[in-house]
Design a protein around this ligand. Structure first.
Ligand code: SAM
Length: 285
């Protein structure tokens, strides 16, 4: 039984995130065949349509007018029209306008057909070299300093890989916050300008990433970027973290082995025995 018999169809159509060739045949066919295209930015989408020789009617559908335009789109869908939703780049609704409209489609029992296609978060993740088994997508980091730092702190023991969208204006500050609120030794990847001319994917510990970025302004002052953070790895009982090792090494410059082990274990609230094992091995080196 077709539950949506009387209504039209809303197609969610992903578009390229930089390289105009990254579009599926089906997406182009859909953009040609629908009655109307609801686009985040008409000018932007027109460039894509011209490239693929698609002639169709466009209406503006962005963050500011989403509610108002959704009523119009729903009305058209109820009349049996087929409508494509596109954003400026990537998959609509993923940090782009469309969520309200999708909810409305459910309320009015209108069929939604999502097309697979480009999504910058997934494209970056696939090349990050960080585990893809389990990941969480967090969208943009909050712009308010305290909210951003609180969020990062709340994620410090998140075991899944974490994906953030980021802007060139805040990247340095965000990496500093990751160092302070998560861990300076946490491995992360900055994926920048994916599919574009200056594409770069660089991974290292957070503190190394910060110095790498600071070394050359061209590494962050232009383009779009994504931060992918390795998930929290629980230390095995016998493992000594880098932070603990650093404390021990620092104290050992001034104190005896015994005193250094004792104070380090007090500071980090860990058992002395494991640390002794590490300390003795280190002395033997
Ligand atoms: N819906 C889009 C998608 O599926 O990729 C995401 C839209 S969101 C408003 C825009 C953000 O996505 C950018 O600020 C950047 O963090 C990320 N982004 C988009 N294109 C990118 C690219 N080519 N390279 C790296 N990051 C990109």
């Amino acid at each position: 039984m077709n539950l949506f018999k009387k209504s039209g169809v809303l197609y969610i159509v992903p578009t390229p995130i930089g390289n105009l060739s990254d579009i599926t045949y089906r997406a182009v066919d859909t953009l040609k065949s629908v009655n109307l295209i609801a686009a985040e930015n008409i000018y932007h989408t027109n460039i894509l349509l011209q490239h693929y020789n698609v002639k169709n009617i466009l209406i503006s559908f962005n963050k500011e007018n989403e509610k108002k335009q959704s009523h119009y789109v729903i009305k058209k869908l109820q009349e049996g029209k087929k409508i494509a939703l596109v954003s400026n780049a990537g998959t609509p609704v993923i940090n782009d306008p469309g969520y309200f409209l999708i909810k409305q489609c459910y309320i009015f029992n209108i069929q939604i057909i999502p097309l697979p296609g480009p999504c910058s978060a997934i494209t970056a993740l696939s090349a990050s070299g960080i585990s893809t088994n389990r990941f969480c997508y967090e969208g943009f980091l909050p712009s308010k300093k305290k909210t951003r730092r609180d969020l990062l702190y709340s994620l410090r023991e998140e075991k899944r890989t974490i994906i953030f969208y980021e802007s060139k204006h805040r990247i340095l500050q965000s990496i500093k916050d990751i160092i302070e609120k998560i861990d300076q030794n946490r491995y992360l990847v900055i994926a920048r300008e994916i599919t574009k001319k200056w594409e770069s994917i660089y991974g290292a510990k957070a503190n190394i990433i910060l110095s790498w970025l600071k070394k050359d302004i061209n590494r962050y002052n232009k383009g779009e970027m994504i931060i992918i953070i390795d998930g929290f790895k629980e230390l095995k009982k016998k493992d000594i973290s880098e932070e603990i090792k650093n404390t021990f090494i620092m104290l050992r410059n001034f104190l005896s082995l015994k005193q250094s082990v004792l104070i380090t274990s007090k500071i980090h609230k860990i058992q002395k025995n494991n640390l002794y094992e590490y300390a003795i091995k280190k002395e033997d080196q």
